[in-house]
Design a protein around this ligand. Structure first.
Ligand SMILES: [Zn+2]
Length: 138
């Protein structure tokens, strides 16, 4: 009968997996972490990336806001009457290591850590809710 054969196959696979358990080399803390290098702060590099994302969105009439997937002219103007403009928004709040998203006609895949085009109204209303509840009129 083939019962024995069929049983032995999955067993041996398990054995293989157990035998091949990946050894993690122990990190002894001696790895040269460059603590003296300049910190990845809000540097000029970030400003450059943000500018590039904004410019890419401005240059493309089909660009969409990553937050709601809407083009710029589908966004309400600001309360002071100023039209919404493109900004570079973080899909992860306050994360400086975001990857710039230049494929501006599409929303970036989420969850993900992106610096993506975002309408100023979406960007500001998101941050304003904590400090300025009076600005919420809708
Ligand atoms: Zn939006």
């Amino acid at each position: 009968m083939s019962v024995q054969l069929r049983q032995s196959a999955p067993l041996s696979r398990v054995e293989q997996r157990l035998a091949r358990r990946p050894h993690k080399p122990k990190v002894t803390g001696s790895s040269p972490v460059s603590a003296t290098m300049k910190k990845p702060h809000h540097s000029g590099h970030y400003q450059t990336l943000a500018k590039r994302v904004v410019n890419a969105a401005r240059a493309n009439p089909n660009a969409v806001c990553w937050r709601d997937g809407l083009p710029l002219d589908h966004h309400q103007p600001h309360h002071n009457g100023k039209p919404a403009t493109w900004t570079a928004g973080h899909t992860v709040d306050g994360n400086n290591a975001a990857t710039p998203w230049y494929n501006v006609t599409q929303r970036p895949p989420l969850p993900g850590n992106w610096l993506a085009p975002e309408a100023s109204t979406c960007n500001y209303s998101h941050g304003n809710n904590k400090t300025n509840p009076n600005s919420r009129r809708w």
